[in-house]
Design a protein around this ligand. Structure first.
Ligand code: 6PG
Length: 237
């Protein structure tokens, strides 16, 4: 277990601060070599963690493009919409406009159409020859899922395209759009923020026992930010 990629902090406030510094550092470093910096966002508790720090960062806002690692196929006014939650809690605090945000268009009729439309929009972000995203911010569910890639679900094996869809998510809502595992692995920097005692067994299995069956265990070069509760079953750091 490489402890340099595992950060254990006492509470969400400290996690926010550290993730904020880390974001600033990565973005400032990339700014010298590329014009547009792409940042993929996930849902869950990460939203509040980012909302409490990102507005305080000194970032080149016009050069940032936020997009979604995954999204539920629900109207953006729904409480289940990641875009809706980010809009409410984070985006409106930032000096950005609609052009800084690559939205998943949930007004389309089917989740398949929605995934294809999102794929097209994401492809426009790539400037040849760089065909990878810059930073992905990930969460982990208590079952070891990350993005909308669930354990033993067929979507985990789809590696064609940037994006795929799920119609039968084990966690509601059932229809979702998600980056593929391959797309996640190709991103330059990947950060997972994992908090809570209910994640501790899987955190230990993935980080200590090297269990690669969980979706999060298949993400390469992941930097982890854990709270004490999530890290409580790790024996050696
Ligand atoms: C979803 C959630 C989910 C979440 C993780 C971690 O789409 O169902 O967004 O993927 O990101 O379960 O969430 P917590 O950090 O809140 O536990």
């Amino acid at each position: 277990m490489s402890s340099s990629n595992i950060n254990i902090l006492d509470d969400n406030k400290l996690i926010s601060e550290k993730v904020g510094y880390h974001l600033e550092e990565m973005i400032l470093q990339m700014m010298s070599t590329k014009e547009i910096i792409t940042i993929g966002l996930s849902g869950g508790s990460l939203i509040d963690i980012l909302a409490s720090i990102v507005p305080h960062l000194q970032l080149p806002w016009s050069r940032i493009r936020f997009f979604f690692v995954d999204e539920r196929f629900v109207p953006c006014t729904s409480d289940d919409s990641n875009y809706g939650s980010y809009q409410l809690k984070l985006f409106r605090q930032l000096p950005i406009s609609e052009r800084n945000i690559i939205k998943i268009d949930s007004t389309l009729t089917t989740v398949e159409e929605c995934a294809q439309d999102y794929q097209n929009k994401l492809e426009e972000l790539f400037i040849e020859p760089d065909k990878s995203f810059d930073i992905l911010l990930l969460g982990m569910g208590p079952d070891g899922h990350t993005a909308s890639l669930f354990p033993n679900h067929s979507a985990l094996n789809i590696n064609k395209g940037l994006v795929t869809f799920v119609k039968d998510s084990p966690k509601p809502p059932p229809e979702r759009i998600t980056l593929t595992l391959n797309t996640i692995n190709q991103a330059k920097y990947k950060i997972a923020v994992v908090t809570g005692e209910n994640k501790s067994t899987i955190v230990k299995e993935v980080l200590q026992d090297k269990n690669r069956t969980y979706p999060i265990g298949q993400v390469e070069n992941l930097v982890w930010y854990l709270d004490q509760a999530a890290a409580s079953k790790l024996e050696i750091i």
